[in-house]
Design a protein around this ligand. Structure first.
Ligand SMILES: *[C@@H]1O[C@H](CO)[C@@H](O)[C@H](O)[C@H]1NC(C)=O
Ligand SMILES: *[C@@H]1O[C@H](CO)[C@@H](O)[C@H](O)[C@H]1NC(C)=O
Ligand SMILES: *[C@@H]1O[C@H](CO)[C@@H](O)[C@H](O)[C@H]1NC(C)=O
Ligand SMILES: *[C@@H]1O[C@H](CO)[C@@H](O)[C@H](O)[C@H]1NC(C)=O
Ligand SMILES: *[C@@H]1O[C@H](CO)[C@@H](O)[C@H](O)[C@H]1NC(C)=O
Ligand SMILES: *[C@@H]1O[C@H](CO)[C@@H](O)[C@H](O)[C@H]1NC(C)=O
Ligand SMILES: *[C@@H]1O[C@H](CO)[C@@H](O)[C@H](O)[C@H]1NC(C)=O
Ligand SMILES: *[C@@H]1O[C@H](CO)[C@@H](O)[C@H](O)[C@H]1NC(C)=O
Ligand SMILES: *[C@@H]1O[C@H](CO)[C@@H](O)[C@H](O)[C@H]1NC(C)=O
Ligand SMILES: *[C@@H]1O[C@H](CO)[C@@H](O)[C@H](O)[C@H]1NC(C)=O
Length: 480
């Protein structure tokens, strides 16, 4: 086996410069013992180069450390106490009597176990968020040779990645390996580490493994479910509580709202998950929403509180509670909170009257629907409508006999008609018929009409002789 070698000139060996290529020899009669070595940087080496040839003139070692002169011997030892040349390439050469030279390179591998191995998250610190990709980096310092390095990544006790390097550099280098991870919830306190191992083959020392520290981090995730929260039913006057709990990291914070006031946070015990009601009343009936949130998200759930023996109430008192007002007349109603209130005001349909008293000088709206609205701490928003009746007395009430004029004929039926003009509201009207002072009939109307209407009612009468001079009357009454 011959090869082209370019070697340097060493003291005392001006002859050995070029070994020109081409198979000029069948084989170089040199034996090396051992054949190869794996040496820790700084350790000692000793290699016996001997020849089986009897025609030798001399032999020697050429090396940056421990080189020898050409000696007239049949073996020569390459000996170095402290091998500190990373790129050393010792060569044993033989000069034969015919002047021919041949050589053998001695393969030596210098190694150095890593100075340090450490793992860290790249461009990140603190807890990680579930579902997000992160990169961990394993830094290995001062290791040689790089191509013998094997980096193993561990998640817990399981190997998740193995990396090798193909760089043929022989000098110690700093290298790193990266691992992409996407943490999931409940992998809280996941442990990652990396290991650097020099795999120097069968001639090498027992695998020397250096492990990094263990990296653990919390995994953050938003709350997803609300557990525990259930509808409750309680007897009026008894205490009750709603318990809300959720997962999530960091631990969620809780707040409560009531359906009447979705924007008002209810008192609960120090931001905790428990909402307590000391003494339930009708004011507590309704739907309560528990909100659980952390920096990553929020979730909510509704529970219903039913109070046996109570009706839902709105703690508003109207003074007066109901009004009957003549169209065009003044009106004034006030509104009082019967418990601590945050906001209280009047509305008349779409219009907001930002006052606790609603006053009008001339009421000119037949279909007005005033109400008082309020937002209470712990109860939320509710309203109380004002029961209002706007009335108008008729412009005229008249009676007539239908299809007849002049005197009546005994035994004949006649139809009397009562015309009432421009009256409201119709459902409160009672038309009363009298013959003299004797009540004949009372008529009421089931049709609801808030605005004024004209009404006609008829009554059949049959005249008799005794009725001469009788007086029929009709009367319109508003029963308010
Ligand atoms: C070197 O090898 C030769 C041939 O095998 C042997 O005779 C000699 O004793 C060896 N020298 C040493 C110092 O081991
Ligand atoms: C080997 O050589 C290095 C560099 O010259 C030196 O630092 C070290 O002390 C030496 N070791 C021995 C055992 O002589
Ligand atoms: C990893 O550790 C777990 C518990 O500590 C154990 O059950 C499992 O067998 C281990 N797996 C391996 C590959 O060692
Ligand atoms: C091998 O590593 C050395 C030192 O890190 C670097 O200078 C060289 O470019 C690398 N060679 C290859 C082929 O990657
Ligand atoms: C609320 O639910 C949590 C989770 O189940 C439980 O630990 C806690 O004791 C409950 N609190 C009450 C007052 O029921
Ligand atoms: C309360 O919740 C129940 C069921 O979720 C629903 O049927 C009801 O309409 C809600 N009541 C109020 C006042 O929001
Ligand atoms: C009405 O609400 C106010 C403001 O919250 C409060 O000061 C007052 O005591 C309440 N009135 C009653 C009767 O509770
Ligand atoms: C009523 O007026 C008060 C003070 O001017 C204001 O803070 C409040 O928002 C008003 N409310 C409504 C419903 O307009
Ligand atoms: C009353 O007379 C009018 C015409 O004058 C007629 O249309 C109507 O049907 C009559 N009604 C009765 C009850 O006779
Ligand atoms: C009509 O109502 C009056 C009281 O308003 C009552 O005295 C009278 O008996 C009633 N008449 C009839 C016929 O129902």
């Amino acid at each position: 086996m011959c090869e082209i070698i370019f070697s340097r000139i060493f003291l005392g060996f001006p002859l050995l410069l070029w070994i020109a290529g081409g198979p000029t020899h069948a084989a170089c009669p040199i034996e090396l013992n051992p054949l190869t070595l794996v040496v820790r940087y700084g350790d000692s080496v000793s290699v016996n180069c001997s020849t089986t040839s009897i025609d030798y003139e001399g032999m020697g070692w050429e090396a940056t450390l421990g080189g020898t002169a050409l000696k007239e011997v049949n073996y020569v030892i390459w000996n170095v106490e402290n091998l500190t040349d990373w790129t050393i390439q010792p060569v044993c050469y033989l000069t034969q009597k015919d002047g021919e030279q041949c050589l053998k390179k001695f393969p030596v591998i210098l190694y150095k176990t890593p100075g340090s191995v450490s793992v860290s998250p790249q461009s990140h610190s603190g807890p990680m968020v579930e579902g997000t990709e992160y990169q961990l980096q394993c830094d290995i310092q001062n290791v040689a040779p790089l191509r013998s390095l094997v980096v193993k990544w561990y998640k817990g006790n399981e190997t998740v990645k193995t990396e090798t390097f193909h760089n043929s550099t022989r000098i110690p280098v700093d290298v790193f390996s990266t691992l992409n991870i996407t943490p999931r919830r409940f992998e809280d306190e996941v442990k990652y580490r990396c290991e650097a191992e020099l795999d120097l083959g069968p001639k090498g020392p027992l695998a020397s493994v250096l492990s990094s520290q263990t990296l653990h981090f919390a995994v953050y995730f938003p709350p997803q479910n609300i557990l525990e929260l259930r509808d409750t039913e309680v007897d009026v006057g008894s205490p009750t509580g709603l318990n809300c709990s959720s997962d999530g990291n960091p631990r969620p914070e809780y707040s409560w709202t009531y359906h009447r006031a979705p924007n008002v946070k209810l008192r609960n015990n120090d931001g905790g998950s428990l909402l307590t009601i000391e003494q339930t009343t009708g004011e507590n009936i309704g739907n309560y929403t528990c909100h659980a949130s952390n920096t990553l998200g929020k979730v909510f759930k509704i529970a219903r509180v039913s109070v046996r023996g109570a009706e839902p109430v709105c703690p508003i008192k109207l003074i007066p509670e109901s009004v009957v007002v003549k169209y065009g007349s003044p009106i004034s109603v006030s509104c009082r909170n019967t418990t601590s209130v945050e906001e209280i005001y009047w509305t008349t349909g779409p219009e907001v009257v930002n006052d606790t008293t609603w006053s009008v000088l001339e009421l000119l709206d037949w279909d007005i629907r005033p109400g008082c609205k309020a937002t209470f701490q712990g109860i939320g928003r509710c309203s109380k409508p004002l029961h209002i009746t706007v009335y108008k007395t008729p412009d005229s009430v008249s009676i007539s006999v239908l299809n007849h004029s002049g005197p009546m004929v005994e035994g004949t039926q006649y139809q009397l008609q009562c015309d009432i003009q421009n009256i409201a509201p119709l459902q409160n009207l009672v038309v009363k018929w009298y013959k003299g002072n004797e009540p004949l009939d009372n008529v009421t109307y089931s049709t609801v009409s808030k605005t004024p209407v004209d009404v006609s009612d008829t009554l059949m009468v049959s005249s008799s002789r005794d009725d001469d001079g009788a007086q029929y009357r009709c009367r319109a009454e508003l029963d308010l």
